[in-house]
Design a protein. Structure first.
Length: 499
């Protein structure tokens, strides 16, 4: 039996990419399509017209396979391919653990530098408008159908130069890293964008709302982030700024009106500039997918007005903080850079059924927590029946004041329960009454376990109580989402004392 090819209209293209009428007409003319917005034609025809225009009209190079990015061309032949299909983007997310990408305890990858422009404040809410040339929209359409063209080898024009562009100070060796990282990061955002309509429940958990206005604004920023990485220029960060903030990895300079309204990020011509500090190029960061992609996605959002503002006195970084912000202040969450990083991550991760587990109960998660007195310390350990990502441990006193910086353990593999295997998280000097929290994600569900330190038992062989974890959110199943708030509350660094 023959398969039915879905139809699509130019208006649907405009709605998906948020294209203005003039830009849509120019695109239709360049593609040789009738400009009627209601005219329906096959999706394959739209893709074919876009690719034909790029290849024969603009001289772009087309990889031999869909779902692949060519990272090295020689005499118009592709010498090296990297997978970039939507399926692969899900696998890329599975292999990552971005819980440490913005770790408030030991590094702050993003610091904004604002400059005032004028007193003339327009009617914009601060997010730049999306405008498309026929070339830009043809590329966007081709990428949507998982075709990833490369610019002409001899091109010297701005938008047809091989992305990314570089400042003269960026070394040849460093450039080779970025030429791999940037296209994959761009595809990662594009894959997430395609999943938004099917995952409004997930969007609401990360952003706080899923009404039409919010979804449109989120999609606008995601499209902008994709545009940023498609037309990015990597430059070395200013020495004084990178040295003053010794843990900074990268940043975007933002330009604002005198009242704080965002206007645009730093640009060189039409290129979007992301500045990278020297430490980001060290092996600990540049070779780690967590930082390669998570940090770059976070940075790209700053070109579209996102912030890193505190929430109720707490840090704007981390999954727990992002969830609390979405629940307590959806407007701020929809303008917070880390919320967008987590959104892109989970839209990719949870789009693959292989990564989704529907639990049988909301009160018995895959990991359980146990506190054990050893000498004068308390040993904290967990036992997991499945892989747990983003495992985070923190402590609070009985008044819910944080006692020490949170501990991040990344991804922990399942323990062999039949052999009585446990994963030790460390031994700590904890007073009676201390609240011990473990927070993690598994199977696209977010869990938390809470145990309270009790007096040391008088008998050596007393049974150590085990605390199950409770589900906070199900990212993939709206019907199973208990929508709980983390019991550990807002992370407020000012309250952190010595361990």
């Amino acid at each position: 039996a023959s398969s039915v090819i879905p139809g699509i209209s130019l208006q649907e293209v405009a709605d998906y990419f948020l294209v203005e009428a003039t830009d849509l007409d120019n695109f239709a003319a360049a593609m040789g399509l009738r400009s009627s917005s209601s005219l329906v034609f096959g999706c394959d025809a739209l893709c074919a017209k876009s690719v034909e225009y790029l290849q024969h009209g603009r001289g772009w190079l087309i990889p031999p396979e869909s779902g692949q990015i060519c990272t090295h061309w020689h005499n118009h032949s592709c010498m090296a391919l990297e997978p970039a299909s939507f399926t692969f983007m899900g696998k890329l997310a599975e292999a990552m653990d971005i819980s440490g990408a913005n770790n408030m305890d030991d590094r702050e990858p993003v610091v904004e530098k604002k400059e005032e422009l004028s007193k003339n404040v327009g009617n914009s809410n601060g997010t730049p408008d999306m405008r498309y040339s026929p070339l830009q929209l043809a590329l966007a359409v081709a990428n949507l159908f998982q075709v990833f063209p490369s610019p002409p080898l001899s091109s010297a024009s701005l938008l047809e130069g091989k992305p990314p562009d570089f400042g003269d100070e960026v070394t040849i060796d460093d450039r080779s890293h970025w030429q791999e990282i940037v296209p994959l990061s761009e595809s990662w955002i594009g894959s997430a964008l395609s999943e938004v309509p099917r995952n409004l429940h997930l969007v609401k958990i990360i952003m706080g709302r899923d009404d039409n206005s919010t979804i449109r604004e989120i999609r606008k920023i995601l499209l902008g982030m994709q545009r940023t990485l498609g037309e990015v220029k990597i430059r070395t960060g200013e020495a004084t700024l990178c040295q003053t903030h010794s843990d900074m990895l990268a940043y975007v300079t933002q330009f604002t009106e005198v009242d704080g309204t965002f206007r645009h990020g730093e640009q060189d011509g039409e290129r979007y500039v992301i500045r990278v500090c020297p430490q980001f190029m060290g092996e600990d960061f540049i070779e780690d997918p967590t930082y390669r992609y998570g940090t770059l996605v976070h940075e790209a959002s700053h070109h579209w007005g996102t912030k890193d503002n505190e929430f109720q006195g707490g840090s704007p970084y981390g999954l727990m903080q992002s969830l609390l912000m979405a629940k307590g202040d959806p407007v701020k969450a929809s303008r917070n850079a880390d919320n967008f990083m987590w959104l892109v991550y989970f839209l990719n991760l949870c789009s693959s059924k292989e990564n989704v587990v529907v639990p049988t109960t909301d009160t018995e998660g895959p990991c359980k927590l146990q506190l054990k007195h050893e000498d004068n310390k308390v040993k904290v350990r967990i036992q997991c029946t499945a892989q747990a990502r983003g495992v985070t441990l923190n402590f609070m006193d009985k008044d819910k004041v944080y006692l020490a910086g949170e501990k991040k353990f990344g991804t922990l593999q399942a323990d062999d329960v039949t052999r009585g295997e446990w994963s030790a998280l460390g031994s700590f000097s904890l007073a009676v009454g201390t609240r011990v929290h473990v927070f993690y994600e598994s199977g696209c569900n977010i869990w938390e376990a809470l145990a309270i330190v009790e007096k040391k038992p008088t008998t050596a062989h007393a049974v150590k109580p085990v605390t199950p974890s409770k589900m906070l959110h199900s990212l993939a199943d709206a019907s199973r989402d208990p929508n709980r708030l983390p019991e550990s509350g807002i992370w407020v660094p000012v309250d952190i004392g010595a361990e």
